[in-house]
Design a protein around this ligand. Structure first.
Ligand SMILES: [Ca+2]
Ligand SMILES: [Ca+2]
Length: 190
């Protein structure tokens, strides 16, 4: 399947962002050290809000594969919604947590429609953390509303490693992002 996507014209310069105080290293540079007390935030983006993408039709999305190499609790996730595009835009999206099976996104752990605010990090904390025994899992952003009545998912300014990138049409999955790294992060703990 070829994902149908719309590219926003680049209008932003790198923007300061809010993030949890425990923000740590990008997972792509190594496995964060296990800690009994520190909640780790895993991410691939560099925090810059460069541009954004959305799908023509709702129900499609993008997400990442994460691995911590040891069992972890998935505590929640964060997404950054671009401000000012598309117009009128939206304030709802679906987030999905899945297991990692047969080298691809597998069983859905949990899916939730949430309200989001453009122009900032939106953090969703699970009421009950999910235990993933091998630390291999995925998190997805899924669009609610057809273009342009939807959110624009922010991307950073460069892609360093496309390996963890996945898209979904809601039920199946495929590899790859349209361009750079999406601002999708996950919070884990031991
Ligand atoms: Ca797993
Ligand atoms: Ca990047």
């Amino acid at each position: 399947m070829i994902p149908i996507i719309i590219l926003i014209t680049v209008v932003s310069s790198p923007t300061a962002i809010l993030s949890p105080p425990e923000l740590t290293i990008p997972i792509s540079t190594g496995t964060p050290g296990p800690s009994a007390t520190i909640v780790e935030t895993l991410f691939y983006d560099d925090g810059t809000v460069y541009s954004a993408w959305c799908w023509y039709y709702e129900g499609n999305g993008w997400g990442y594969y994460f691995t911590t190499n040891v069992g972890r609790f998935i505590e929640g996730m964060g997404i950054y919604i671009y401000e000012g595009w598309p117009v009128p835009g939206g304030d709802r999206c679906i987030i999905r947590f899945t297991d990692w099976e047969n080298e691809m996104p597998g069983k859905t752990y949990l899916e939730e429609e949430i309200t989001v605010t453009p122009g900032e990090w939106n953090w969703y904390t699970l009421p009950t953390p999910l235990w993933d025994y091998d630390g291999k899992f995925c998190v997805f952003y899924i669009q609610v509303g057809n273009y342009p009545n939807c959110c624009g998912l922010a991307e950073d300014s460069a892609q360093e490693n496309p390996a963890p990138d996945w898209w979904t049409d809601g039920s199946s999955y495929g590899r790859g992002f349209p361009r750079n790294d999406f601002l999708i992060r996950v919070i884990v703990s031991t």
